[in-house]
Structures are given as C-alpha cells and as structure tokens.
Design a protein around this ligand. Structure first.
Ligand code: UGA
Length: 438
C-alpha cells in the first residue's frame, strides 16, 4: 500500500518509518527543505533510540523516501496522513490548527485519486469535520474520507510503542475508510493489537482523555508524595499498595518533579479550552494543570530547603549541579521540562547552576543561558555544594556516588526521581532528600 505522511517531525517520522518497516511504500513529506536534506543524508531531526537505524534500513530497502513535494508525494497514495504540529496557541492554550488546515487545503488542491485522509496530529474534537469541509469546499471531484487516528507513542520508546501498541484507535464513519485503515494496520492486527473503531469525534476525544487521565494519575501520586513527607509515609510503598489493585494499575505512579514534555502540558490545556467552548467544565483537569505548574518551581524550593537542613546555608553564591535537564530520559526534548522552572527558582535565589544531560544540553542552552553546561556528570558536580538529580537517565542510576561525594564541596543530594536507596546513600555520609520518602 502506498502511504504519504505529511509532516516529518516526531510522530510523522516514527510512524512513517514503522509503516515502511511493515512493508508499505511510504513517503514522508515536509516543507522544511533542510530537514529533508538531512534525512536524505541519514541525519535524524530528533533523538529517538533506534530511529536512525530503522530509517536507514527502510530507505535501503526502497520502502521509505523523503520529499518536500506534497503534490507528487500524495499521487497514488491510498492513505494520506496529516502529522504536523499542533502547538498551544499563544494566549488561550487552544491547539493551533493552522498547520493542519493548510495541509488539508494543499491535499485538496492536489488530490487526483481516491484516498483516505488520516489525522494523526493531536487535534481537538471537531477538527476532522473542518478538514472534511476544507477538502469538500475545494470542489475536488475525487472520492475521499477523513478519519482520525491518534497516536499514543511515548518519546524514548516510540518504536516499540508503535509496533506493540495497547490499542489502535480509528475514528471512521463508513466501511470503505475502515477497510483502508485495516489494511494500513494489517501487520499489527495480525499481532492481535486491538483495532478499535469509533466515531471520529470519539476518537479525537480519546486522545485528550487518555493524556489528561495519565497526567491526573501522575499529579495524584505527586500530591500523595507531599502528604507522605508530612505524615512520615513512603510514596513508593503507597504507589505499590494501590497499584497492585488491577482497577488502579501500577504504571504512571512514579512521584517526581511534575510532568513535562510536548504532550501532557499542551494537551491538558487544549482539553480545558474545548471544555470551556462547550460549557462542560473538567474541574479535575483544571486542578491537575494548576498543581503541576506550581510543583515544578516548588522543586527549586525543595533544593533550597535541603541546603538549609544540611547546614550548607543560603543558596546565594552556592554552586548547584543538576544531573538531567530533559523532561524524561532517552530524549533530547526540553519542551516544558521541569528543569526549566527549577533552574529559574534557584537562579532567582542567587545560586550558580552547572548542569549535565546526555542529550538535552544543545536544546537547553537557549532556554537557560545562565547555566554552565558540563562535559560529563563528574565535571558537573566538581566543587558543587549540592547535586540535584532531575532526569532519571540510566547513566545516573549507576553513577559512582563515592567519587561524586569526593569531588563535591558538601555531600548534599536531592533526588527528584527516587532513584537511590535512602539508607545506603545516608550511610555513606550524604544529606539525602527525595520525593515522598522520609
Ligand atoms: C505521552 C503519553 O505517555 C503517550 O501515550 C502519548 O502518545 C504522548 O504523550 C503524546 O501525546 O504524544 P510522552 O510525553 O512522550 O508521552 O512521555 P511520558 O512517558 O508519558 O512522560 C510524560 C511526563 O510524565 C514526563 O515528564 C515524565 O517524567 C512524567 N511521568 C511519567 C512521571 O512524573 N511519573 C510517571 O509515573 C510517569
């Protein structure tokens, strides 16, 4: 089957490469000529484990190509995916749909054979109706349908999420388009991945409801962590104790500095906007957004408290080392990373910050110009008054804490991801503070 993927960003590129790997004939389109040039040269625009290898294998196999020419790329494609960005619109948090609609118009102007147009971008309820209207109003005489097919990939695990999904959701109204989508996902279907057909609006809402629910779960356990600290309980025991109940489930119950990234912050805000537009408030999600936003800066205060309790004193003029800057490991994505608010809170308090992140420093530089970037974790902690673990990269889990302690001015460790064992760390002379644990 020939597939055109319009938008070669995170979602488009991962999906395109995986579809090609299933044996489909895929062309990934992007307006950004330099991105396409780099892809031709085998250079990925993002860091995602396994992606470069998957792309090059499928390019070599002749199933995956790249182009800036939308008109030529959609010729003969039975499925045309829209996978362009839907960033938060400045001012009101609504998803900015201008890229989606521009692509819909361009598809309409160049459609020459029957095709199913699939919205993979995360779009608010009703966007499919508007895409359909744009194409219909263009006067095309060609048969087409617009379906919704949200993606549930996690950065850092995107390829395995794509190939082994919990479910595939397709919002399609009639049998022709369902048949095309069944063909698109046939290899996964054979693997018994549930293919859930719904109406288009339900499918659009499923994406937001899923992300809002996961964001709620994280925020819930984060507030429980704060309570644990006050009452002398351990949040990891609490998470395990509730997570073993199948109705709750143990995933997404890791307390931390708050969720970040390109999805949860943006999608929760967009859901609030939709709820407001339809006069159907979602108060729980409103609370989640507020609690998460204030939590990130509160983590800066946690570091300042640790300095005081450890006897180091005021943060002014102290050197604080941050390990990890990205919103989570295995990505170079800095969007809405908690580290940004933490750094700001510490700089406002007069501290000097040095940081190390395995992949995120390039993107972080412009977001936190006052931070000195170190060549590695050991350089970062040298002479520091405190070290803060912000992102749980594997490399930090196995770090030699004895060596770290020797390099630092004082042994103060704030572990915002509960990576280390409190008893062990304290036994080797550290002042140790973590999240929701005594
Ligand atoms: C999220 C969803 O998990 C995907 O299903 C969805 O497809 C994607 O958004 C999207 O809409 O595109 P992602 O943003 O890549 O994926 O990252 P997650 O692994 O979900 O983590 C999000 C944030 O929550 C991170 O900051 C992470 O550190 C935090 N988190 C996650 C916690 O603090 N605790 C947890 O238990 C889990």
């Amino acid at each position: 089957m020939k597939i055109a993927m319009v938008g070669s960003g995170y979602v488009g590129l991962v999906s395109g490469a995986c579809f090609a790997d299933f044996g489909h004939d895929v062309v990934c389109v992007d307006k950004d000529a330099s991105k396409i040039d780099r892809l031709h040269a085998g250079i990925m625009p993002i860091y995602e484990p396994g992606l470069a290898e998957l792309v090059s294998a499928n390019v070599r196999g002749g199933r995956l190509s790249f182009s800036t020419d939308l008109a030529a790329s959609i010729k003969g494609a039975q499925a045309i995916f829209i996978a362009v960005g839907t960033p938060s619109r400045r001012g009101d948090g609504h998803a900015d749909l201008s890229y989606v609609y521009a692509v819909a118009q361009e598809i309409a102007d160049n459609l020459t054979a029957p095709a199913v147009i699939v919205t993979k971008s995360t779009v608010p309820v009703g966007t499919g109706d508007e895409v359909e209207r744009i194409i219909r109003d263009s006067g095309t005489g060609v048969q087409f349908a617009v379906v919704s097919n949200p993606e549930f990939l996690r950065e850092g695990a995107a390829i395995s999420d794509f190939k082994r999904p919990d479910r595939i959701v397709v919002g399609a109204e009639d049998e022709w388009e369902r048949g095309v989508m069944r063909e698109v996902y046939r290899p996964l279907f054979l693997n018994k991945a549930p293919l859930l057909f719904t109406g288009r609006r339900s499918s659009e809402l499923i994406k937001y409801a899923a992300n809002a629910f996961l964001a709620t779960k994280i925020t819930f356990i984060n507030e429980m962590a704060d309570l644990c600290e006050k009452v002398g309980a351990d949040v990891q025991d609490v998470a395990r104790g509730i997570g073993l109940d199948n109705r709750i489930g143990s995933k997404f119950l890791h307390a931390g500095p708050g969720y970040g990234g390109s999805c949860f912050p943006k999608d929760t805000l967009a859901l609030l906007k939709t709820a407001e537009d339809f006069a159907s408030p979602v108060r729980i999600v409103e609370a989640v957004v507020l609690v998460n936003e204030s939590r990130k800066r509160a983590m800066g205060r946690k570091v300042i408290e640790a300095l005081a309790e450890a006897g180091v004193g005021e943060p002014r003029g102290r050197k604080i080392a941050l390990l990890g800057l990205t919103f989570k490991p295995n990505t170079d994505d800095m969007r809405d990373a908690p580290s940004i608010a933490i750094v700001q809170a510490l700089i406002d308090a007069g501290a000097d910050i040095v940081a190390y992140d395995p992949e995120g420093m390039e993107a972080a530089k412009s977001l936190m110009p006052q931070v000195a970037m170190a060549a590695n974790a050991y350089d970062a902690v040298t002479g520091a008054d405190a070290v803060v673990l912000v992102t749980e990269w594997d490399a930090f889990r196995g770090i030699d804490l004895e060596q770290v302690g020797r390099l630092m001015k004082s042994r103060v460790l704030v572990d915002l991801r509960n990576v280390y064992n409190p008893a062990e760390v304290r036994a080797s002379g550290w002042y140790y503070s973590s999240v929701g644990r005594k």
